[in-house]
Structure formats: structure tokens, C-alpha cells
Design a protein around this ligand. Structure first.
Ligand SMILES: NC(=O)c1ccc[n+]([C@@H]2O[C@H](COP(=O)([O-])OP(=O)(O)OC[C@H]3O[C@@H](n4cnc5c(N)ncnc54)[C@H](OP(=O)(O)O)[C@@H]3O)[C@@H](O)[C@H]2O)c1
Length: 257
């Protein structure tokens, strides 16, 4: 499976398809990540607050897939402002890696903490502990505050996304600033039985979940579906073998609510 990537500053390449791990804990997290790596995912999304970094790290280590072939994202909890170094050290240890590919501020910290947290993250990047830094659940005005105060843009903003939330103006605002949009909850935000999706899916001989993933990828939006079900983990990774037409993309765009 070859899935396209999006370039990030510093020569990094972020696969447009990743594997989400929220609400998968313990042995289930280990097994799901092993399954995902087996199915061909080369991008894993976790977070300190998911409580599964150790299982993700163990699965990655046991998989035999070389570390440098897998893009690993984790996230800094906003409520732990001031403890960035301790949190990062714990993430690196749990994930069993010497560097994290992308470290995100998980959500907007309380007033006054966003810029200091951003500076701490930039310092970690400059020391090589993480390769890129970004944010999640940030508004454009919150991104602009970081840029205005530090001159450094987040590489990525990870936000809730899917056809129902499609907003080309918001994508353009991110792209104007050189910020990659990464979508989360692609299925939870979508009616997978929608007749438009069903029709397009049957035209390509795939399921509607894959149509939704393919729609993200063709828009250049990073997408990180989660599943604990082996067949779904594998099927969700099979999004390279068909292409949505411009007309089909436009029909899906119109599912915006
Ligand atoms: N930054 C943030 O604040 C934030 C917030 C939310 C999520 N995220 C990230 O984004 C990832 C994805 O989002 P999400 O976990 O909220 O939701 P999601 O990926 O949209 O949906 C997961 C749900 O869809 C089901 N599913 C998976 N594949 C399916 C398929 N082919 N057909 C039908 N149903 C399918 C899963 O069931 P089974 O597992 O039972 O198969 C699960 O119930 C997370 O895991 C996390 O890494 C980030």
C-alpha cells in the first residue's frame, strides 16, 4: 500500500493516512497497533492523555517495522502547562523512541499558557527531541497568536473533520499560514449510510468508510481513523486503489451541514 504524504518543514514527510488510538487501552491498544502496522499504516496517532503510549511503543518495537519508517505523533496535555519537559520525557520513554515526529499541544491551554507552552515545544524541537511541533483544536486566532509572538507556525493543526464539517475557507486560512490540516473523528462525524456516500462507494466497489478516507486524502487533509476491529483496520488502509472523480468530491463536499 502506498499512501501519499504531505511535506512538513525540515524535510519531514507526514503520511496522509494514520492510525488513531483514542479509547484503545491496554492489550487492545497493543494488538490494534500491531494489526495496523501489519496492514501497512506507517503513521500512528497517540497522546499522553490516551494512556496507551506504552502499548503503542511496545507494538512498534515488536512489529519489526524500522522506527524511521513510522511517523509517530503524540500530544502535550494543555492542563500540564509548565511540565512540558517531564511530559515529553515520559512520552519518549513510554513510546521507546529517541525522537517524536510530531508533538502537538492537545487543546488550547487556559489564558496565558499557550505561548509559553509553544516556546517550550519549539525548544524541544530545536534540541532534536521532536522533529515537528503543532497544535490541535486551535482556532485560527489562537494560531495567529503563536505566530505573532514567536514567528514560528505550527506544522499541523489537528481538528475534528469530515464531510459534515467541510469548510474550504478554514482550510484556506490554514494553508495561507503554511499549517497542514489533520482531521480527526472521520467516522464519528459522518453518517456512513448517507445515500450519496453509498452510491459513490458502490460505484468503486468499496465501503463508505473508505470513500470518506479517500475524500480527505484527495483534499490533502491528513486522516487518522481508529478501529479495534482487525477487518476494519485492514480495510480502512486500502484507500490507494481507487480515485474519486471531481464530481464525486463535489458531491461529498456538499454533505457539509
Ligand atoms: N486531537 C483531538 O482532540 C482528538 C480528538 C478525537 C480523536 N482524535 C484522534 O483521531 C482518531 C480518530 O478519531 P475517533 O477515534 O474519535 O473516531 P473515528 O476514527 O471517526 O471513529 C472510530 C469509530 O468508528 C468505528 N469504525 C472504524 N472503522 C469503521 C468502518 N470501516 N466502518 C464503520 N465503522 C468503523 C470504530 O469502531 P471499532 O473500533 O469498534 O471498529 C469506532 O467506533 C482518534 O483515535 C485519535 O487518535 C484526536
Amino acid at each position: 500500500m502506498t499512501i501519499a504524504s504531505v511535506p512538513l518543514d525540515g524535510g519531514l514527510s507526514m503520511p496522509l493516512l494514520g492510525f488513531g488510538t483514542w479509547q484503545i487501552e491496554g492489550q487492545a491498544a497493543y494488538e490494534a497497533v500491531r494489526e495496523a502496522l501489519e496492514a501497512g499504516y506507517r503513521h500512528l496517532d497517540t497522546a499522553t492523555v490516551y494512556g496507551n503510549e506504552a502499548e503503542v511503543g511496545r507494538a512498534l518495537a515488536d512489529s519489526g517495522v524500522p522506527r524511521d519508517e513510522v511517523f509517530v505523533t503524540t500530544k502535550m496535555p494543555a492542563h500540564q502547562a509548565g511540565q512540558e519537559r517531564e511530559v515529553l520525557a515520559a512520552s519518549l520513554e513510554a513510546l521507546r523512541v529517541s525522537t517524536i515526529d510530531l508533538w502537538l499541544i492537545h487543546w488550547q491551554p487556559s489564558a496565558g499558557h499557550s505561548v509559553p507552552m509553544w516556546r517550550a515545544m519549539l525548544a524541544a524541537r530545536d534540541e532534536g527531541l521532536v522533529r515537528a511541533v503543532g497544535v490541535s483544536n486551535y482556532d485560527i486566532k489562537d494560531i495567529d497568536e503563536l505566530i505573532d509572538e514567536t514567528g514560528q507556525k505550527p506544522a499541523v493543526n489537528q481538528i475534528k473533520w469530515g464531510p459534515s464539517l467541510y469548510d474550504p475557507a478554514l482550510v484556506a486560512e490554514h494553508r495561507d499560514r503554511g499549517v497542514v490540516v489533520e482531521g480527526y473523528s472521520p467516522f464519528k462525524t459522518t453518517n456512513l449510510k448517507d445515500p450519496v456516500l453509498t452510491r459513490i462507494a458502490s460505484a468503486h466497489g468499496v465501503d463508505t468508510a473508505r470513500v470518506v478516507l479517500r475524500w480527505h486524502i484527495q483534499h490533502g487533509i491528513v486522516v487518522i481513523p481508529k478501529s479495534v476491529t482487525p477487518e476494519r483496520i485492514s480495510r480502512n488502509a486500502q484507500v490507494g486503489g481507487f480515485v474519486l472523480s471531481e464530481d464525486e468530491m463535489a458531491q461529498i463536499d456538499k454533505l457539509r451541514r
